[in-house]
Design a binder for this molecule. Sequence first.
Ligand code: ADP
Ligand code: GLC
Length: 484
Amino acid sequence: MAKMKVLFATSEVAPLIKTGGLADVSGALPAALRELGIDVRVLLPGYPVVMQQCGSFDVVATFANLVGFPVSRLLSGKMENDVPLFVLDCPALYQREGGPYQDASGNDYSDNALRFGLLSKVAALLAGRATPLAWHPNIVNCNDWQTGLTPAYLKFTPGGARSVITIHNLAFQGNFPSTYVHALGLPDYSYQLQGLEFHGHLSFLKAGLQYADHITTVSPNYAQEIQGEELGFGMQGLLQFRKDELTGILNGLDIDEWNPATDPHLAKRYQVRDMTGKAVNKAELQKEMGLKQEADVPLLGVVSRLTHQKGLDLLLEIAPRLMELPAQLVILGSGDVTMQNAAKELAYRYPGQIAVKIGYSEPLSHQIEAGADMFIMPSRFEPCGLNQMYSQRYGTPPVVHATGGLSDSVRDCTPQSLADGSASGFVFSGMTANNLYKTIQRAVRLYGVPKEWQMLRKNCMSKDFSWELSAKAYIEVYRKVLGR
Ligand code: ADP
Ligand code: GLC
């Protein structure tokens, strides 16, 4: 049988450009699919940092007058991991200071509908009959709202590839004024309840959910949760209606990038057979972050976007109580200004016990996963979540709220689960500050019993979070969609 060809359309890919977990997935899943024999190629906008890294790629197509923009070019090359990459270069839309979605002051670009409308349109073009390339994908796998219009474009121009949309976060929907229906060249009749209209707006994500041949999301539990009112963000009716074409597949990890035995960012590398290096990383992290060099005080770690979703307001609320346990806390993150200030204020009040770094740092994120004793992730909702899996791989048991992918990837520690080797962290239900406190307290108690704590760490580090299984599940979905 001919090789399956997949166009993977996305708005961020690690290590080229990353704001969150979508980039990690877009970096690692295509590589895992290629290992399994799929001819997958990635499509990404040419933001400045991407152009700096890929500027020497070959120009393989030019497009005129798509969504009103005179010229855009398609560049083709390979990423470091050998995965073929198409870069969509349209300077008028992508050459900007700031991030992929927001300007340097954190405001969404006012023309995001055009920026990602173009991306969606080009993905559909490459997957359609009129593609200028000799390569014809059978499937286009879109990701989140930024490529949500692709399935719609494909539907309105029959004869192209089949489409799958992957939801990484239903809270971000790409809802724009209805005037964009015209501007983006979508047919008038598509702007209706059973189309891409959502509460008086054009919704990119809804377009994807409505028109894709299949929907996936990033954990089995989240696939259930988004069919309910609480986490459906208004899309629950449509998702219930399409439940037979909705599959939850837990993300994997890039096990080369996140490997304590080879991690170049660590003061000392370690592995499950010999974890002595972990204490060295803790001491180094304490030193670097200005915390007291106390080997036996449990060090709690956080690496996160500081937003309502991540529930860290609860952690900040109970931080003074945690300090009495005693414990230390290190936070790396950025986001809401109020939350940033509250965190900085705590660091000021508890010098040597709480350290906060506002910003983004790849090396420090690895050092926290390795140097902390436990990792705190009390998300209100979490489609999958990657950090709780990274932390397990680094022998740093996570404390998590029972939601989304956190429930699917962390097994609560009880005497039974510890004995049978399945325990891998601490899970709490009921999103209150006191429940979080009690759960961290439970973790700290176990930390005080070295033999049991060691068992728990071993369980964590022995778990298999590689992409292979998940990539196979994606292939199953592609096969189903293609009727193979
Ligand atoms: P989300 O995508 O919702 O932010 P995930 O847990 O899926 O959550 O992925 C977050 C990714 O971003 C992880 O790879 C995490 O290490 C990284 N990350 C988040 N904040 C920072 C930061 N301040 N510095 C470095 N890496 C960060
Ligand atoms: C989103 C979700 C996160 C998930 C990531 C990758 O950013 O918030 O839970 O892990 O996408 O799928």
